[in-house]
Design a protein around this ligand. Structure first.
Ligand code: ZN
Length: 412
C-alpha cells in the first residue's frame, strides 16, 4: 500500500532560490501545455486531419524544442516538467469525467497564476536521495536538511515539493506493507453534527467540534482589516498579509491535527464503520450553515476514515443520503414525522429517551451492519428505488464483500 510522509525542509538561501525556480518552471510548463492543448483542440474541430491533443504528444513536442526555445528548464530536474504534464493530463481527465457525469460545475482547467497557485513541483524517485535527515535533489546544490526522518520503510515511489506561506515541504510516497491489524470492536455508527462534531454509537462517545475558525474569527477580522488599511505594494502591507496567512495556517494545522487523531482512533478500534453519505458540497451552499459546516470538515473526516480503514483492513460503509437516521427510534423502529434541530433529546412513545445524536449513530450502525450482511440485495434495491447507479465507494465495498474479505453475519 501507498503512504505519504510530508516533511518540512530547512533550506539555504541558494537552495530556496532553486526551489522557487523549479516551481516557476512547473507552472510555466503547465501553462504552456494548456495553451497548446486548447489550440490543438480548436484546430481539430476545423481540420479533421489534426488529432485531438494528449498529454503524451504535447510532452514529446515540448521535449523536442525545449533545448532551443526554453533552455532555462534544463536548470532543474527533468521530472519537474514531466510532472507538470502529468498534472495537465490529470486536470483534463477530471474535467472529462465531470462532463461525462453531467455535473453542474465542470471546471475547465485554468492557467496557473504566480500569485494564486501554490508553488509546487514533482520529483521522480530516481531524481532524489534520502539518508537520515539529508535530502539530495538532482541539479540542486548541496545537501538539504529535513526536519525529521522519513517514518516509513519501503520502496520510495515519488516526491512532491510544495510550499505554504512559511515553509517548503517534501511529501514522499512510499510503498509499504499494511500491518496485520486486529480490531478491538466489530462495528460503529458515526453521526456527524455541528454542535457535536462526531457521535459514536458505541456508548454515545463524542468528539467536540472545536469551532476553531469561529473562535479565532475576531482575530482574523482584525488582522485582515489591518492588512487592507495599508498601502498596496508596501512592505508593511506585505508584513500584515503574512501575519494573517500565518494565523490561517495555524488554525488549519490545529484542525488537521485534531481530525487526524480522531479518525486514526476510530479506524484502529472498529472494523466496520457506518457513516452518512452527506452531500457536503450541496450543504455548504446553504449560507446559514456554511461556516459551521466548513469548520467541521465533514468531507475530510470521511476521506481520512476511508483510507485509514483500508490501511487497517477495515471497511467504511456509506449509508445512503435519505436514510432517516435522526427520525428513527433505535429501540422500536418507529419514525417521528417532526423533529427540529432544537430537539436535542430523542423521546419515543416506547419509552426510549436518548441523546439525539447517539440515537442517530445507533441507527447508522445497525444500517451499516444490515448493508454488510445483505450487500448484494440491498444495493440492488437501492439502485432501483433511488434510480441511481451505486457510486465507486459502494462498488468497492461490494467488490471486497464478493471477494470474501468481509464475511460478516450480524447477530440479529
Ligand atoms: Zn421507540
Amino acid at each position: 500500500m501507498y503512504k505519504t510522509h510530508k516533511i518540512r525542509l530547512n533550506l539555504t538561501k541558494q537552495q530556496e532560490q532553486h526551489f522557487w525556480k523549479a516551481a516557476g518552471i512547473a507552472r510555466f510548463v503547465f501553462n504552456y501545455g494548456l495553451e497548446r492543448w486548447k489550440k490543438q483542440y480548436n484546430e481539430s474541430l476545423i481540420n479533421h486531419d489534426t488529432k485531438k491533443p494528449s498529454e503524451f504528444v504535447l510532452k514529446k513536442k515540448f521535449n523536442a524544442i525545449k533545448r532551443e526555445q526554453f533552455p532555462f528548464v534544463l536548470d532543474v530536474s527533468k521530472s519537474v516538467s514531466e510532472g507538470a504534464f502529468k498534472d495537465l493530463g490529470r486536470a483534463f481527465a477530471n474535467f472529462f469525467r465531470r462532463v461525462k457525469r453531467g455535473d453542474a460545475k465542470v471546471g475547465y482547467p485554468h492557467f496557473k497564476s504566480r500569485k494564486r497557485t501554490k508553488p509546487a513541483f514533482y520529483l521522480a524517485n530516481d531524481r532524489f536521495d534520502i539518508t537520515g535527515h539529508c535530502l539530495k535533489i538532482q541539479k540542486c546544490s548541496g545537501i538539504i536538511n529535513m526536519a525529521e526522518e522519513l517514518r516509513f520503510e519501503g520502496k520510495i515511489i515519488s516526491g512532491r515539493v510544495s510550499r505554504d506561506c512559511l515553509h517548503w515541504y517534501i511529501a514522499i510516497g512510499v510503498e509499504i506493507e499494511p500491518p496485520n491489524h486486529i480490531h478491538q470492536k466489530e462495528s460503529v455508527g458515526i453521526d456527524l453534527g455541528i454542535k457535536t462534531l462526531v457521535t459514536l454509537s458505541d456508548d454515545g462517545l463524542q468528539y467536540e467540534n472545536q469551532r476553531l475558525y469561529k473562535s479565532e474569527l475576531s482575530k482574523l477580522k482584525c488582522l485582515s482589516r489591518k492588512a487592507a488599511r495599508r498601502k498596496i505594494g508596501s512592505n508593511r502591507r506585505e508584513k500584515a498579509r503574512l501575519e494573517l496567512a500565518k494565523l490561517h495556517l495555524k488554525i488549519a494545522n490545529r484542525r488537521n491535527d485534531y481530525i487526524h487523531k480522531m479518525t486514526t482512533e476510530i479506524a484502529r478500534i472498529y472494523r466496520i464503520i457506518g457513516i452518512e453519505d452527506l452531500n457536503v458540497a450541496g450543504m455548504v451552499k446553504n449560507h446559514n450553515l456554511a461556516q459551521a459546516l466548513s469548520d467541521a470538515s465533514f468531507a475530510e473526516i470521511r476521506r481520512q476514515l476511508e483510507y485509514k480503514a483500508q490501511w487497517f483492513n477495515g471497511l467504511v460503509v456509506p449509508i445512503y443520503r435519505f436514510f432517516p437516521s435522526s427520525k428513527l427510534c433505535s429501540v422500536c423502529g418507529a419514525i417521528k414525522a417532526e423533529l427540529t434541530l432544537d430537539n436535542r433529546v430523542y423521546v419515543c412513545g416506547c419509552g426510549n429517551v436518548m441523546d439525539r445524536d447517539w440515537n442517530a449513530a445507533t441507527n447508522i450502525n445497525a444500517e451499516a451492519l444490515r448493508i454488510v450482511a445483505g450487500m448484494a440485495i440491498s444495493t440492488l434495491k437501492m439502485d432501483v428505488e433511488m434510480n441511481v447507479r451505486p457510486n465507486s465507494r459502494q462498488l468497492s465495498v461490494k467488490r471486497q464483500l464478493n471477494n470474501g474479505v468481509h464475511n460478516y453475519t450480524p447477530e440479529r
